[in-house]
Design a protein around this ligand. Structure first.
Ligand SMILES: [Zn+2]
Length: 441
């Protein structure tokens, strides 16, 4: 491996970034996604009557949140049989104390399936929550179908696990269905805290919450779009420094979101990501925020136009309007595309090298070019420098600089935002590492 590359303007091909290379293994996984299985899983989840957190003392076989939990666990256990001993299934159970919003302490129990990768180190998470709400998030008896919020995300996680478990990946993949989202992101917070405590190297969380409906309450219909929400600044960012260097649009979560934006249309026909550059919708939240709070890059997938008469509503007809999160409002072709989108991104991440570690923009002198350096990552056979105008929202240009750990490109660091990503022998790429500026002598 050469240590550094210096590229002159004459050798630099300032090319627009090509579409990602399609990998046949990933194409095979995507083509295995089944609309029929998604439909059956959704029907099963809705069939538990309610998945309200406070229904945990109902029957554990047929009704309530723990009946749903036990069924999800049994599904993962069947899936694990196809993984050649590489998948383990467990519950993440704990007692959530009473809060100002809740009447009593309650047992929470997320279902976690881990598909072990071929190499130690990077971990990739696909998540959803399986608990639900009607008009009262602490009502344990009234029906709460939760078809879209969030039977849809849970069915997607199960189906992604089914089509991916028989394959081998470089990185470890965790398929997580969380309990306790509706009353405060409890399950994901508990699990993400465990990951942080155990020093697990989480490179990405793809959270799925409300991904099954295509008819907005405002009458809009866009079945070819999925929104991806990403936070602007990670916890611990220093606003004064961010303001100085202009890195407010380059959190690791946002680089992950840009990666999803490029991968999804390359693999899923007539389907595209709409980037929403904020952590979540107003007055709402999701389990991706628990990962972000623990310092892990995370994004949220959500349908393009929501219908608020169907979410967190008691099932009823009022003035001729049907309220409630009913199975009949799920568009299963759309849910299948949302699942394929997740499989494409998750498999691309877990097969590729992880993003280059400790990327830095080297400040040695005033000049007309930019020097980046980084630490090598396992599986990378070369690295690419990418850049874009400071007012552009996605990466515009790329240059492969070879198998080096430092490179200089004739692009002004004053006028462009630069980044570096890892590439393997098959042409699979990591998402981009934003290089933190460092002054050196
Ligand atoms: Zn939800």
């Amino acid at each position: 491996m050469k240590l550094l590359a210096v590229l002159s303007l004459t050798t630099l091909l300032i090319a627009a970034i090509p579409a990602p290379t399609r990998d046949p293994k990933i194409e095979a996984m995507i083509s295995s996604v089944s609309v029929a299985r998604l439909r059956a899983d959704e029907a099963k989840l809705v069939g538990f009557g309610t998945r309200n957190d406070f229904s945990e003392t109902s029957s554990t076989a047929t009704h309530g949140v723990f009946a749903a939990r036990n069924w999800i666990r049994s599904q993962f256990e069947s899936i694990a049989k196809t993984a050649g001993g590489r998948m383990t299934v467990r519950l993440d159970t704990y007692v959530q104390p009473k809060t100002a919003r809740t009447p009593r302490a309650v047992t929470e129990s997320s279902v976690i399936a881990t598909l072990k990768g071929d190499e130690p180190g990077p971990v990739y998470v696909m998540s959803s929550h399986y608990d639900d709400c009607n008009g009262d998030c602490t009502n344990e008896t009234r029906v709460a179908p939760g078809a879209d919020d969030n039977g849809s995300g849970t069915a997607a996680v199960l189906e992604a696990a089914r089509v991916m478990a028989p394959h081998r990946f470089r990185g470890t993949i965790i398929f997580a269905t969380f309990d306790g989202e509706e009353l405060g992101l409890w399950g994901s917070q508990h699990f993400a805290d465990e990951l942080r405590h155990d020093g697990v190297h989480v490179v990405a969380d793809l959270n799925n919450d409300i991904i099954g409906n295509t008819h907005g309450g405002d009458g809009r219909h866009e079945p070819g779009v999925i929104r991806v929400f990403s936070e602007a600044l990670p916890l611990g960012a220093k606003p004064a420094l961010v303001n100085l260097i202009g890195s407010e649009n380059d959190s690791p979560s946002r680089e992950l979101a840009r990666y999803a934006g490029a991968i999804v249309p390359a693999y899923v026909s007539d389907f595209a990501v709409r980037q929403i550059y904020r952590a979540d919708r107003f007055l709402r939240g999701g389990d991706q925020e628990s990962f972000q709070a623990d310092g892990f890059p995370a994004i949220r997938f959500v349908e393009p136009h929501e219908n608020f008469t169907h979410q967190h509503q008691n099932v009823r007809v009022e003035n001729g309007v049907q309220y409630g999160d009913l199975l009949r409002y799920i568009d299963f072709d759309y849910l299948a595309n949302a699942t394929r989108a997740n499989v494409a991104v998750l498999a691309s991440l877990a097969l590729a090298p992880e993003p280059p570690a400790h990327a830095q923009l080297v400040m040695r002198h005033l000049g007309y070019d930019s020097t980046l350096r980084w630490q090598p990552v396992a599986g990378a056979t070369s690295y690419e420098i990418v850049w874009r105008a400071t007012d552009a929202s996605v990466w515009q240009h790329v240059k492969n600089v070879g198998d080096v750990t430092q490179a200089t490109v004739p692009v002004s660091k004053d006028d462009y935002i630069l980044g570096v990503r890892a590439v393997d022998a098959q042409g699979l790429r990591s998402y981009v590492s934003y290089p933190f500026p460092v002054r050196v002598k």
